[in-house]
Design a binder for this molecule. Structure first.
Ligand code: GDP
Ligand code: MN
Length: 386
């Protein structure tokens, strides 16, 4: 789950990390009021969307009066902001962060993330702040420094100081920078994050080290115990279908093809997609209803696939272990009653109560193409949509 910058900064502040003073605002008048509250000569108005690249896209503006803050807010709010991370349609700006403007000296990059090869979190930083880390990695890989993190102890003091020195922080600021790096690792560990990124992490002309931006992604599997953070979820930023699937307890990922797939078990779903591709088709989605799906979940899953206009045919591949085949059949029938079935449907059922399941489908009046095995199912659905 992604957090907005203002939410990430609230977590930083709570952890004792230095962030600019400021607050979120959802209207232009409130943005003006937020600027006045700062009592600062210079303010920054920042669009809050789940995407970076806002600076270059006009989503981060310096302002010098409440009237100017209001003008910038009016221009941003309610309209899509297109950055290189949003896709061509952009994302509607519903909220702003209004902060004091700081006298920046140098910009750095710092991130805590999982290194799957090392099977450990790492701290990754560079002195090329403000730039995309991917760009730095390509042009100047030696500019990126890394420390492996002991997930139980956090970032050790010596590691934090070593990194601050290697990044070239001025001597007088090394201890402050080291404390910030340790704090970012603390946030990552304490909040079950999969990413904590600060770009830029800055030094100011008055000798401070400040997190000027903040991107935090929380591991969805930890939300049950991260209740404070779970409340920060912004459904407006989520794909509506993926949100609905998540709420129904389904693993659903939209893909580019035209064959809707409903499968139980992630491994079987992957194998099904492989076979569809092997026989010349393109899956429209990954959908795992899980091992112990209920009729309601199957209904939801089938509806999600049926409502996708890109879907030209559906392949149901169920191996009934814990999920009984008759439960699956009931779900398919209920969903088609609710939404209507206008595309070919190939079903491969095997396992617990398979006879009952097949009978239910046979007597349902639905035009179902039965398949004997996986390859047969894949061939039949590819043929049906081509
Ligand atoms: P992003 O483009 O979405 O990553 O948004 P950022 O929060 O990183 O802001 C983009 C850029 O705006 C930063 O790299 C800074 O150069 C600039 N910026 C943001 N806040 C301030 C500020 O308080 N003072 C000054 N001078 N520049 C700022
Ligand atoms: Mn940034």
């Amino acid at each position: 789950m992604k957090l907005h910058e203002f939410q990430a900064k609230a977590l930083f502040r709570e952890a004792g990390l230095p962030v600019p003073r400021g607050r979120a605002a959802a209207t232009a008048d409130d943005a003006a009021a937020a600027f006045t509250e700062l009592g600062a000569a210079l303010g920054v108005v920042k669009a809050q969307i789940h995407a970076g690249g806002r600076g270059k896209a006009g989503g981060v503006k310096l302002v010098r009066s409440a009237a100017e803050a209001k003008g910038v807010a009016d221009a941003l709010l309610g309209k899509p902001l297109v950055t290189k991370q949003t896709g061509p349609g952009g994302t509607i700006v519903r909220r702003l962060l209004v902060e004091e403007g700081l006298p920046l000296d140098k910009e750095f990059y710092a991130a805590v993330l999982l290194d799957r090869r090392l099977e450990a979190p790492i701290l990754m930083a560079s002195s090329q702040g403000g730039m995309d880390i991917e760009e730095v990695a390509e042009k100047d890989p030696n500019a990126i420094v890394r420390e492996t993190i002991d997930a139980r102890a956090g970032l050790h003091g010596f590691q934090a100081r070593r990194m601050a020195f290697r990044l070239g922080f001025p001597k007088a600021l090394v201890n402050k920078a080291a404390a910030v790096l340790q704090g970012l690792v603390r946030v990552f560990l304490d909040r079950d994050a999969s990413l904590v990124e600060v770009n830029p992490l800055v030094t100011t002309k008055d000798g401070r080290v400040v997190c000027l931006d903040g991107k935090v992604v929380i591991d969805d599997n930890a939300l049950y115990r991260q209740t404070a953070v779970a409340g920060m979820r912004d459904v407006d930023e989520e794909d509506p279908t993926e949100r609905r699937a998540k709420d129904a307890g389904l693993s659903y990922i939209k893909l580019d093809g035209n064959i809707g797939c409903l499968v139980n078990g992630a491994g079987l779903a992957m194998a099904t997609m492989d076979l569809v591709k092997l026989h010349g088709g393109e899956p429209a989605n990954f959908l795992d209803v899980g091992g112990g799906a209920t009729t309601e979940q199957v209904t939801n899953a089938f509806q999600i696939i049926l409502e996708d206009p890109a879907v030209k045919g559906i392949l149901v591949n169920i191996f009934g272990g814990i999920l009984r085949c008759d439960v699956l059949a009931e779900g398919v029938i209920a969903a088609t009653k609710a939404v209507g079935l206008k595309v070919p449907l190939v079903v491969r059922l095997e396992g617990t109560n398979v006879d009952k399941g097949r009978e239910l489908l046979r007597n349902s009046g639905l035009a179902i193409v039965p398949a004997t095995d996986l390859t047969d199912a894949a061939k039949k659905i590819v043929e049906a949509v081509s």
